[in-house]
Design a protein around this ligand. Sequence first.
Ligand SMILES: C[S@@+](CC[C@H](N)C(=O)[O-])C[C@H]1O[C@@H](n2cnc3c(N)ncnc32)[C@H](O)[C@@H]1O
Length: 201
Amino acid sequence: MSQQDRSAGWAAYYDKLRDRPPRKTVIAALDLFDPPSTDSLVIDLGCGDGRDVVEMVRRGWSVVAVDAEPAALQQLAAREMPDSERVTPIAARLEEVPLPLGLTWVNSSFAMPLCEPEPFHILWERIREALPVGGRFTGQWYGIRDSWEGRPGITFLEREQALVLLDGFDLEMFEEEEADSVTPRGNPKHWHIFHIVARKR
Ligand SMILES: C[S@@+](CC[C@H](N)C(=O)[O-])C[C@H]1O[C@@H](n2cnc3c(N)ncnc32)[C@H](O)[C@@H]1O
């Protein structure tokens, strides 16, 4: 698929999902964290057009919002959002972006597996190191029975592999979902997903 086709696909995805609520993993973390202070910082890797960012800001967080697609950050900027000065958009690949000092939360909703396995594992090690004790990772990883398994540029994990990676974290949510449905772009798909809220010990 050309970069142009990929970008057009993501732009259609943002339009289709524009009014969806924040992900359940994000809502769970917002409820679990103590009320944020003025310097509470979260990085959202693969933020899309910002369905999670809006809620993070509304609940008092400062957000570094990272996405490789310019259209995602344009649509994020176009959202009506009080306190939008607390959002720092960064156009970058999530496997390459530096993790800012002082963050207490890393979120990646349906985005972190969208890179090759080696960069995925290097990124996860960087996330583990960057989070302080009590900090959280939230997001979705893909399981090996997902029907996209085998596509290049995506990482799939066995349940046991995912649990090993999460060693050293308390699992506040670890839900394995398998379902047949259609993608936001209308294609049939078997989803195999791990929904994760993990607190570093
Ligand atoms: C499925 S969407 C999810 C968007 C949003 N987090 C949500 O939950 O609706 C995946 C997003 O990740 C971005 N993305 C995919 N691979 C990426 C990468 N390697 N680096 C940065 N962004 C990436 C895409 O541009 C897209 O906006």
